[in-house]
Design a protein around this ligand. Structure first.
Ligand code: PSV
Ligand code: MN
Ligand code: MN
Length: 386
């Protein structure tokens, strides 16, 4: 296989998971601008996700968020997804939206609240059994706002205990992905604030526990690709929640704010063994003012473009420059790949996959946007401004 053929083959096997909540209405705490035609049910979210996959060919799974996507029969929902050409992906738990969780969930000082949160997490694994999902994605809003509010060490102990119980409940082939976030909604101390804390818990738990990197959950200037490289070296990178940030957890389209950062991350992924099926490439975004389905298509394309550039890095030339201490040349090799216009290559890849080379134009022509505006009245809110 020529080198270009190998790059194309790799691009064809890429899989980006889209989040059910990105298809629903969302906003900031100031306003939710409702859009016409948004899904009213989990099934309608899946139907929209199926459009994204049909047009891009690389978005075969959809993440669910419980209880936002609560249904009576999850096996039937999985069947519905399959009938529409997609599969259900990660199950995202939610231990942050009930009044009970004001002081936390599994780290809460009250054992009753901890039990309620734990029961929810265990229920999420039941749902995984029914949907055939591999991954339970855990994000905890737990933390404190004021020094002295609660005991930082006791909260870690409670976290350890609850995670161990969830871990024990996991079946063969199931994993838990632990997400960290440096602040919000807690402002003084967050119980899983960074990759180090997530890593320490996952290491203790075992190999089914993996860290997930949400690209919006770091302080400005953080070198995220270093974290990616480190977690990959330790076999502890379970996946990504991709999105863009300018300031906080903005949840904008991935690759919009900083396509260079996305390229650097994808380069470390390729460098660390390629995008194997052990890494879940998920989007975690909200489209508050832009049309949702084309925004998700654009996001998938942004991931593809960053990946294509990462695959095009001349590793031999880079290695030589690095070994000989040629700083400028090493940097130039990397920048050459980043500055390559990969859009024609990706258009070719899509044509070879039997797809339209321009998924956004194809979506506009498809009439799906008009159809859902006519058919769906009273669309659903995603849950919050995730
Ligand atoms: C939290 O900010 C987060 O990134 C977690 O992944 C949640 O599951 C998601 O947003 C949606 O609220
Ligand atoms: Mn996330
Ligand atoms: Mn987030």
């Amino acid at each position: 296989m020529t080198e270009l053929a190998a790059v194309k083959a790799a691009l064809k096997t890429q899989a980006v998971e889209t989040p059910s909540w990105a298809y629903g209405n969302s906003g900031t705490r100031f306003k939710v601008f409702a859009q016409q035609g948004v899904p009213r049910t989990p099934q309608e979210k899946l139907a929209d996700a199926a459009q994204v996959h049909a047009l891009t060919g690389v978005a075969p799974t959809v993440a669910l968020h419980i209880p936002w996507d609560r249904v009576d029969d999850y096996a039937a929902l999985a069947k519905y997804a399959q009938d529409h050409g997609v599969k259900l992906g990660a199950i995202n738990s939610n231990t942050f939206q009930d009044d009970d969780y004001k002081l936390g969930s599994i780290c809460h000082p009250d054992p009753g609240v901890r039990r309620k949160a734990l029961d929810h997490l265990l229920e999420c694994v039941d749902i995984m059994d029914a949907t055939g999902s591999r991954d339970l994605k855990l994000w905890f809003a737990d933390g404190t706002n004021y020094p002295g509010q609660d005991d930082l060490r006791a909260r870690q102990d409670r976290l350890t205990q609850a995670l161990a119980q969830v871990y024990q409940r996991l079946g063969d082939g199931q994993r838990m992905l632990l997400e960290y976030k440096f602040f919000e909604p807690a402002f003084y101390a967050t119980d899983v604030p960074d990759w180090g804390t997530a890593y320490a818990h996952c290491l203790k738990l075992g190999e089914k526990a993996q860290v997930v990197v949400d690209t919006g959950h770091h302080a400005p200037g953080t070198n995220i690709e270093f974290i990616v490289a480190t977690l990959l070296r330790e076999n502890k990178l379970g996946g990504f929640d991709f999105n863009s940030r300018f300031y906080a957890d903005d949840d904008l389209m991935v690759g919009a704010a900083d396509p260079f950062q996305l390229f650097r991350i994808m380069y470390e992924v390729v460098r660390g063994g390629g995008y194997t099926s052990d890494i879940a490439f998920m989007l975690d975004q909200c489209h508050n003012i832009e049309a949702k389905i084309p925004a998700i298509i654009r996001s998938v394309m942004n991931v593809q473009e960053a990946t294509a550039k990462a695959l095009l890095v001349d590793t031999e030339a880079l290695g030589t420059a690095q070994r000989t201490g040629d700083v400028l040349e090493a940097n130039a090799v990397l920048m050459d790949a980043y500055n390559t216009d990969v859009r024609p290559l990706l258009a070719e890849v899509r044509e070879e996959m039997g797809l339209d080379p321009d998924p956004i134009a194809a979506y506009r022509r498809s009439g799906w946007a008009q159809k859902i505006i006519e058919e769906r009245v009273g669309g659903q809110q995603a849950g919050w401004g995730a």
